[in-house]
Design a protein around this ligand. Structure first.
Ligand SMILES: Cc1cc2nc3c(=O)[nH]c(=O)nc-3n(C[C@H](O)[C@H](O)[C@H](O)COP(=O)(O)OP(=O)(O)OC[C@H]3O[C@@H](n4cnc5c(N)ncnc54)[C@H](O)[C@@H]3O)c2cc1C
Length: 481
């Protein structure tokens, strides 16, 4: 058994790092746990659209780490890690602080890639953080307001046109959200609603190409057509420049411009610069610079250093998704503890159970086990219930889910989109969906109760086998995306 007093340091509090920290705490890790993130708040990225639209609050989707972490053994440090010396097992932070670690977990995710296209950094709107969502919401509201006042027809059209570059899941979800949201916001202003445009500019010929969500392609296409403002897909179009008032792109070898004051950049991931500076041999990286990791999620040359999520890659690669990252986070916690106790490490088991997409304000799709697709309002409810169930802190989880369920039941979000339940879901599927949803909400409610008040829950259900059943359901890889 290797006795360690040096702290276990986790760099990056995203899905990988935050879940690793919380599982280490839960598993009574013997060393101090230090979680370092350059941001003050955790971003629940799959629900970032709900922050943009106001369907969920900052407290729910973008909580402060200090409010989220209820474990005395975890110290959160709001700082940026600028250097990692893997030989000396030391870190240097932007503030000048230095740490020596016993174990290190790297979960720094990826950064935006602009492919060197002029104007992306200066005029494009990224969508990865709470700040991004807040800034985009402010900008869009200002565009609507200015459009209602200007008498210049070209300016008006540029203000009322939103271009989204990329038709991967983020581009599709953003387009579907804005297709419902913009006309709602535009109601306040006279005479602009009919001129709103949402245009997706996509290099390849089809949406969701090569993505985990490709099983939802037809559902997504239909949903995009059915938004309050139908989304236009410009296929085979490559963005070449962004200026404050237009997007330039090539299509069929011709250059075109689209007058727009809003270009949302959803495409392209690049390796985090911290990883580029690490002392690992070139063959321990993939072509994009991500760290190659062993099935136990260790770096091949540094057995006490673990990595996962979007910044690392296995020999049999997993998609860069939250559902992979949080499962790997838990597996890392288990392996770090095993290493500390001198026990053998286990390969991480990550299970992909399906995918969930937001396809409008009250519209969504859930692809369960690649067998059942649930669409429309049921898909929306299933997606949101699944994600709220995943919010990291039990107390936070409990509060977030309760307020959301109350909102749903009381119909506080009055959404006037054409819900897809009237679209294509046949009655039997609707019934299955409702039953699944009922079961999901019931199970979710029990889990929330157990998480918020375990002793009370266990006493109440003692003898029924329910606590054991739910605990089993809690073990790794049991939750969906
Ligand atoms: C808009 C959007 C929607 C998405 N929707 C889904 C979805 O529906 N389903 C799904 O499964 N996945 C979704 N994803 C992908 C998913 O969010 C990522 O795969 C997941 O967040 C990866 O987790 P991670 O922990 O590896 O990295 P991240 O969650 O990106 O976390 C990395 C953390 O590291 C911190 N960091 C970076 N560098 C440093 C440094 N030098 N020092 C200190 N801290 C640092 C960052 O601040 C960040 O908090 C979505 C992504 C986006 C952008």
């Amino acid at each position: 058994m290797s006795v360690t007093t040096e702290p276990t340091v986790i760099v990056g509090g995203g899905f990988l790092g935050l879940f690793a920290a919380m599982h280490l705490c839960h598993q009574h890790h013997p060393a101090p746990i230090i979680l370092i993130d350059q941001a003050e708040r955790f971003v629940f990225k799959p629900l970032l659209y709900e922050l943009l639209s106001g369907e969920l609050s900052e407290q729910q989707v973008w909580p402060k780490y200090d409010d989220l972490l209820n474990c005395d053994e975890i110290t959160f440090i709001h700082d940026r890690v600028d250097q990692v010396d893997l030989q000396q097992q030391q870190l240097r932070l932007a503030s000048g602080l230095q740490y020596t670690y016993g174990h290190l977990v790297l979960g720094v995710g990826s950064t935006m890639h602009d492919f060197g296209i002029p104007g992306v950094k200066d005029y494009g709107f990224p969508f990865r953080t709470g700040e991004n969502a807040r800034r985009l919401a402010q900008h869009l509201r200002q565009c609507l307001q200015r459009a209602s006042q200007t008498t210049d027809a070209t300016e008006r059209q540029a203000l009322l046109t939103v271009a989204i570059v990329g038709a991967g899941p983020a581009g599709v979800e953003m387009a579907a959200t804005l297709g419902d949201l913009l006309p709602q916001w535009a109601r306040k202003f006279e005479g602009i609603r009919s001129d709103l445009r949402v245009v997706v500019v996509n290099r390849s010929q089809d949406i969701l190409k090569g993505d985990l969500n490709d099983g939802l392609r037809d559902t997504a296409k239909q949903a995009l057509r059915e938004r309050l403002v139908p989304v236009e897909i410009m296929a085979g179009a490559a963005a070449t420049e962004i200026s404050p008032t237009e997007l330039t792109y090539t299509r069929a070898e011709q250059s075109h411009t689209l007058p727009t004051q809003t270009v949302i950049w959803t495409t392209g991931n690049r390796v985090n610069p911290l990883l580029s500076s690490l002392d690992v041999p070139p063959d321990s990286r993939d072509r994009g610079g991500r760290l190659r990791i062993l099935p136990t999620l260790q770096l091949p040359d540094y057995p006490t250093v673990f990595a996962g999520g979007d910044c690392a890659v296995l020999d049999s690669p997993q998609p860069a998704t939250a559902q992979v990252a949080y499962q790997q986070g838990e597996a890392i916690a288990t392996n770090v503890n095993a290493q500390v106790q001198g026990q053998p490490l286990q390969p991480a088991q990550v299970t992909l159970r399906g995918t969930l997409m937001k396809l409008g304000l009250a519209d969504g799709a859930a692809n369960l086990f690649n067998r059942v697709v649930i669409t429309g309002r049921q898909g929306h409810l299933l997606r949101q219930a699944t994600y709220l169930q995943l919010l990291p802190n039990p107390v936070h989880n409990f509060k977030a889910s309760l307020s959301w369920l109350t909102d749903e039941l009381l119909q506080r979000h009055t959404v006037s989109s054409r819900p897809a339940r009237q679209r294509s879901t046949p009655p039997v599927t609707r019934w299955v969906a409702s039953t699944l949803l009922g079961l999901g909400v019931a199970t979710g409610g029990l889990v929330l109760w157990r998480n918020a008040s375990p002793d009370h829950f266990n006493t109440t259900w003692e003898g029924t086998g329910l606590p054991t059943l739910l605990n089993r359901g809690d073990r790794p890889h049991e939750q969906d995306d």
